[in-house]
Design a protein around this ligand. Structure first.
Ligand code: 13P
Ligand code: SF4
Length: 370
């Protein structure tokens, strides 16, 4: 088994930042025949075990196709949570990262929730340890605690609201209008964007996504100069200079919808490369260009593909169903405490469906011609 080291920056108790040496497994590369055999076997097992595959846009294209061919879904983190809760299957196989499996279990404790690889994590989750986060909240008892979905169940158990990138802006706007002061965790770029857009009084945790943090604004300007008619689509986990150049800022599903429904021919996309598979399927005539990162060829941090999403493989679906391994457990009382903040978000988006409209449709400033 090959593993790679993934440096994750996280806040330290002295107020600075420190680097945590995380790791990810590199999946094998089966032949086309072996890939087809594994897909067929996984489909058979899903049927036999009354299981449904709930996949994120960033996972292996074979898993995305398998999910759609077997009645599952490929979605952003909000839709994955809603789909898993509503679906009647007794087993959910969640292809994504750990917090997505935990959210599914919190919402559906009566279902068995399995994952292809339980070590698939997220730098935002790793960068926000529950004990240190609880101490941060305790130090600011007057603030409402809003956490991003990309956190552990224990962090959610300490929160008042959970949000995903598809509804974060609307929910924070709603709380700010009620005069509430907020703690925001863990993504500092998403937090900074929300604070700029809403004017909310928001005290941020200093986490970051190892993939989105690598997008570079100067190189993006160069690319926009070379493709003046391209629309720029940006996930809000990206740095401010990249977000500032976006025609649209949104969750993975909001970016996908824009490629499918938008009238431009060319799109520059600043999010994980895994989403190109679904974009190409649903908008075959459109030209898609990956937004530039700091150092082409400099390893996993610049490949625009999440090393933990990449750990999800068809073989993992086979293993977890055949052997009943990789089950997600969320002990009480953490589960019921975490449920409160997720339910609050789900109620909000049900009552305010407009909250899911993409977050900004505006022409960014033209790039400097020189
Ligand atoms: P979405 O909710 O937009 O799918 O984002 C999840 C994620 O992990 C982005 O990096
Ligand atoms: Fe976490 Fe970033 Fe991977 Fe999304 S892309 S799961 S935020 S590390």
């Amino acid at each position: 088994m090959t593993t790679i080291s993934v440096p994750v920056t996280r806040p330290a108790t002295d107020g600075g930042l420190r680097v945590l040496d995380a790791w990810a497994r590199v999946p094998d590369r089966p032949t086309p025949e072996e890939r087809a055999r594994r897909k067929a076997r996984a489909a058979e097992l899903l049927r036999a075990h009354d299981a449904v595959l709930v996949a994120h846009f960033y996972v292996d294209p074979d898993l995305q196709d398998l999910a759609l061919e077997t009645g599952g879904c490929v979605a952003d983190s909000l839709e994955m949570a809603r789909f898993g809760r509503e679906h009647p299957a007794r087993t959910l196989v969640v292809a994504g990262v750990r917090f997505m499996g935990e959210t599914a279990k919190i919402l559906s404790p009566e279902k068995r929730v399995l994952m292809p690889d339980l070590d698939a994590t997220c730098s935002l989750d790793l960068g926000c340890p529950p004990d240190e986060f609880a101490a941060f909240c305790d130090a600011h008892p007057d603030r409402t605690v809003v956490v991003y979905a990309n956190t552990s169940a224990a962090v959610k158990a300490r929160a008042d609201w959970m949000v995903t990138s598809s509804c974060a802006l609307a929910i924070v706007e709603h709380l700010a209008a009620r005069g509430e002061k907020l703690i925001w965790a863990p993504d500092r770029h998403l937090g900074a964007w929300i604070a700029r857009e809403t004017g909310a009084d928001l005290l941020p945790w200093q986490g970051a996504c190892v993939v989105h943090e690598e997008f570079r604004s100067a190189e993006l300007e160069d690319l926009r100069r070379a493709h003046p008619d391209a629309r720029v689509l940006v996930h809000p986990e990206s740095p401010a200079g990249v977000v500032a150049q976006a025609h649209l800022v949104g969750s993975t599903s909001q970016l996908l919808r824009e490629v499918v429904e938008g009238d431009a021919e060319t799109y520059i996309v600043a999010t994980d490369a895994g989403i190109f598979h679904r974009m190409e399927q649903l908008a075959p005539g459109k030209r898609l260009i990956a937004a530039p990162t700091s150092a082409p060829g400099a390893g996993c941090r610049s490949c625009t593909h999440c090393p933990w999403m990449a750990m999800n493989a068809t073989q993992g679906v086979i293993d977890c169903l055949e052997r009943g391994v990789n089950e997600i457990h969320v002990p009480e009382p953490v589960r019921s405490r975490a449920l409160g903040c997720i339910d609050r978000m789900l109620d909000f988006v049900r009552e305010h469906p407009e909250a899911l409209l993409a977050s900004r449709r505006a022409a960014p400033p033209a790039p400097d011609p020189y």
